[in-house]
Design a protein around this ligand. Structure first.
Ligand SMILES: Cc1cc2nc3c(=O)[nH]c(=O)nc-3n(C[C@H](O)[C@H](O)[C@H](O)COP(=O)(O)OP(=O)(O)OC[C@H]3O[C@@H](n4cnc5c(N)ncnc54)[C@H](O)[C@@H]3O)c2cc1C
Length: 461
């Protein structure tokens, strides 16, 4: 009683229906049988604005982002970013270089589009099922191993039917799209498959709505990234604005109760952001802890993203530009590359050994990790961990350089729009770092010179 063997054995079992899981399900269902297993309830419409830089658009060609008459989801053109600190604000405006920086979209719409366009003849979704165990089982044929995955219902006992309590799936290959959720729990699904744990941070956010006209008046930029030591020493206060709403929140390593207390204070009292709330709904003063959206994010790629018969994508692989917590690039690149590789393995009648899957990992590393994601780690180290006192003074100097030097603005603009991240010019970042160093007060230069030299040596080799 209580155990149901899924009737179909599938080529691929995808665990997790975040943006990565939904997108890979769409691609794989075009040529193979797959199941998507998600611990939460079916996605209900919700608001969560995400920035997608122009350099990622090619990885989402099925959505035709950037083509306003045919784009498959609603987007707001992203022209302006404000980078800010306690003291300074600096703007990157795409108009200066005649090219928009990207778009801002609603995460819900993107996930929903992929699920509703996946080929339902090949694909089934199991909601409210949490994968808890997995075993590799051999068959008589050499190289023909399968995964047996066991999932349990996450519904409350009174909502469960007997047969939905536990499900066993048999799949040739597993795709781990589990993001960075629940990593603190021992035996989380990431470690069940033998992957190293991700380093995790907490996030808290809320989305406010208003007409586009009101938002245009209150908020003529689409993305704000603010570093402030009293908000967090580990992450930023961010604001992503799309057509009829904006999402505001911050990232930190504090507990959720501590973060929600702080978030109330920020929303009610933090002066630089009060102008954004004029005539929006709901009124920030009416919110309670329960209204906030609590999440997690990760900080950096795990050392290996494939094992025999199992592959990690998106946040589960740690494919994030860690300075800005930009995940849509890693999701786009990893899902597209993986779909191509898996199709070729199936067509050639090969198995899903780590040897055959290695080209997925190599391509992801070449396309985004070796240069662009490395630049993200460099920036994170420079601005968050340089041991400066008071914290973030390096960030302040950076903001002044953005305002004063058009070449710094141009380099940042290029990083947003250049789709060829395989050849991302790290020298541009080193040059920006040198300009930053030149502008430091003399005493700081003396103290920080050895660190800057060490830093350059570490990352340029
Ligand atoms: C506050 C914040 C703001 C951000 N803003 C941006 C932005 O503007 N632009 C950008 O590019 N990136 C942004 N990011 C990063 C981006 O949101 C993530 O990279 C992205 O959401 C990760 O998607 P994913 O599908 O890999 O993982 P997730 O969205 O975390 O999805 C994982 C799914 O797996 C499910 N799951 C986990 N374990 C199991 C299990 N055992 N069984 C079944 N299901 C399971 C979870 O329930 C979840 O639905 C932001 C991140 C944060 C935290």
């Amino acid at each position: 009683m209580g155990e149901k063997i899924s009737s179909t054995q599938v080529d691929f079992a995808i665990i997790g229906a975040g943006m990565a899981g939904c997108k890979i399900a769409y691609h794989l269902s075009q040529f193979a049988s797959c199941v998507l297993i998600e611990q939460s309830s079916p996605i209900k419409p919700y608001l969560n604005a995400k920035v997608m830089c122009k350099h990622s658009w090619n990885w989402y060609s099925e959505l035709d982002i950037g083509n306003s008459s045919n784009c498959q989801i609603s987007t707001l053109s992203h022209w302006k970013t404000i980078y800010a600190s306690r003291e300074h604000e600096a703007i990157i405006d795409g108009h200066e270089f005649q090219e928009q920086l990207g778009v801002v979209f609603n995460e819900y719409e993107l996930r929903d589009w992929y699920l509703s366009h996946a080929d339902r003849n090949n694909f089934e979704i199991f909601w409210n099922q949490k994968c808890i165990e997995a075993k590799r089982i051999s068959s008589t044929q050499v190289g023909d191993q399968k995964w047996k995955i066991i999932s349990q219902s996450t519904l409350r006992p009174k909502d469960k039917t007997d047969e939905s309590k536990t499900i066993v799936f048999l799949a040739k290959c597993v795709i781990l799209a589990t993001g960075s959720t629940e990593l603190e729990v021992p035996n989380n699904i990431q470690s069940v498959f033998g992957f190293e744990p991700l380093k995790q941070l907490h996030s808290i956010s809320y989305s406010f709505s208003a007409s586009p006209e009101i938002l245009d008046q209150n908020l003529p930029v689409q993305y704000i990234y603010r570093l402030h030591p009293q908000v967090s020493l580990k992450g930023m206060l961010f604001l992503n604005r799309t057509v009829e709403f904006f999402t505001i929140g911050f990232v930190d390593d504090a507990s959720y109760p501590e973060m929600s207390t702080k978030f109330h204070r920020i929303l009610r009292n933090y002066k630089p952001i009060q102008r954004y709330f004029k005539d929006v709904t709901p009124n920030p003063n009416t919110l309670t802890d329960k209204d906030f959206h609590y999440g997690t994010t990760c900080v950096g790629q795990i050392s290996s993203i494939v094992k025999d018969g199992v592959i990690a994508i998106g946040d589960a692989a740690g494919l994030l530009y860690s300075m800005y917590f930009e995940g849509t690039l890693g999701i786009g690149a990893s899902t597209n590359i993986l779909a191509e590789e898996l199709q070729s393995i199936l067509q050639n009648g090969e198995n899903f050994s780590s040897f055959n899957l290695k080209s997925y990992e190599d391509r992801v590393n070449r396309e985004i990790s070796e240069r662009y994601l490395l630049a993200g780690r460099m920036a994170k180290e420079l601005f968050y961990q340089f041991g400066e006192s008071p914290p973030f003074s390096i960030w302040d100097v950076y903001l002044q350089n953005i305002n004063d030097l058009s070449q710094v603005r141009k380099n940042i603009h290029d990083a947003y729009v250049n789709p060829n991240l395989k050849e991302y010019p790290l020298d541009n970042d080193f040059w920006v770092g040198e300009q930053l160093f030149h502008r430091l007060p003399s005493m700081k230069k003396v103290v920080l010179l050895p660190k800057f030299l060490q830093f350059k040596l570490k990352y340029s080799s």
